[in-house]
Design a protein around this ligand. Structure first.
Ligand SMILES: NC(=O)c1ccc[n+]([C@@H]2O[C@H](COP(=O)([O-])OP(=O)(O)OC[C@H]3O[C@@H](n4cnc5c(N)ncnc54)[C@H](OP(=O)(O)O)[C@@H]3O)[C@@H](O)[C@H]2O)c1
Length: 319
């Protein structure tokens, strides 16, 4: 089968499209014929091997050479002990281990996959899993009128966070590069901040919640931007900031009453189904794909991802 293969950590030239053996599903796995896969910021991290938590997939090179975590496709075969899916079922979701999806076929345990709603195309479904589940957790409990800042909002996951926050009635300020401001407004942001021009951590006492997809400031520098009782969620970013936020959470809470913490988003079929229901009910409009590349052009898709030129989700369509 044709598949994207990554032989080392590095730039986009570490990925090629090759013929590799088609996987054989174990007894408790399904074989999915992938129809579309989408790229996330985590795929860029898993390509370059930074932040260093990306190397949990392999210290010197990824153990599974095929990147790609978010897929939509059709069940081609099911192991003997699989009862919930059968060949022909249309499924989508995030793969355990965050790898293996950029291939014509992937063998995976079915527990994280859900049935693809018939009203969604494979391209639309593949764009939901990781970004949608992050957004669901990051916006949980928001109330109408609350002020939310999303830092790093112009990449793969930000548009979903903006969409869900708006659905809950929040007022959203989105931060990213100046040249992504139009995209941020198009996907629903009420206000934008260009990160090159302005440091939002100086917005004292303004936000009920800050969702940080690219954390690189100390939480002690960020919490003054929160209103009393506000929450700072680190979703992704520099390893040292993630660690600092883990340790800083309790003292910030004791001294200010504000919350600061790392938002751990478990891979979850229930969350995927919940966020997808918001999409199929029309409550949240998933942003159009940034670009759709055929599998053979996947290296060009990684060039765009690594450069940060994507506005929202890059999708890879399988032959
Ligand atoms: N917590 C969890 O359980 C969990 C689970 C899954 C994933 N994650 C993490 O969540 C993050 C997801 O983000 P994503 O997929 O949306 O990433 P993404 O596609 O890389 O988007 C990040 C955006 O932030 C922009 N950016 C970079 N530096 C910035 C700065 N200083 N200020 C403002 N914006 C900046 C980027 O622009 P440029 O590219 O142009 O620089 C890009 O548009 C990843 O780090 C991933 O590892 C966390």
């Amino acid at each position: 089968m044709r598949a994207v293969s990554q032989d080392r950590y590095g730039t986009a030239d570490a990925v090629t499209v090759e013929d590799i053996p088609q996987p054989v599903p174990a007894d408790d796995e399904i074989l999915v014929r992938v129809r579309a896969a989408s790229l996330n910021g985590s795929d860029r991290e898993n390509l370059v091997g930074r932040p260093y938590y990306a190397r949990l997939a392999g210290l010197r090179r990824p153990r599974n050479p095929v990147p790609g975590s978010d897929v939509a496709g059709v069940v081609a075969a099911a192991g003997d002990s699989v009862t919930e899916f059968a060949p022909g079922d249309e499924v989508f979701g995030e793969l355990a281990g965050y790898r293996g999806g950029l291939a014509e076929y992937v063998a995976t345990p079915p527990r994280l996959l859900a049935r693809k709603p018939p009203g969604l195309s494979f391209t639309e479904a593949a764009a939901i899993p990781q970004a949608g589940c992050i957004a669901l957790q990051a916006t949980r409990g928001l109330r109408p009128g609350e002020q939310v800042l999303v830092n790093g909002a112009g990449g793969a996951g930000g548009a979903f966070v903006i969409g869900l926050a708006k659905h809950l009635g929040a007022v959203v300020t989105a931060v990213d590069r100046a040249d992504k401001a139009d995209h941020l407004v198009r996907v629903g942001a009420d206000a934008t901040v260009a990160c090159e021009d302005e440091d939002w951590s100086g917005h004292r006492g303004r936000y009920d919640r800050v969702v940080d997809l690219v954390a690189h400031r100390s939480p002690f520098r960020v919490h003054p931007a929160l209103r009393p009782g506000g929450t700072y969620f680190v979703v992704g970013g520099h390893t040292r900031v993630l660690l600092a936020t883990l340790f800083a959470g309790p003292p910030i809470r004791w001294t200010t009453g504000k919350r600061a913490g790392v938002l751990v988003v478990p891979q979850s079929r229930a969350d995927l189904e919940a966020v997808t229901a918001l999409v199929t009910d029309g409550a949240v409009v998933p942003p159009a794909a940034d670009r759709v590349y055929p599998l053979e052009e996947a290296p060009a898709a990684f060039v765009r991802l690594v450069a940060g030129d994507n506005r929202g989700k890059i999708v890879i369509a399988m032959p």
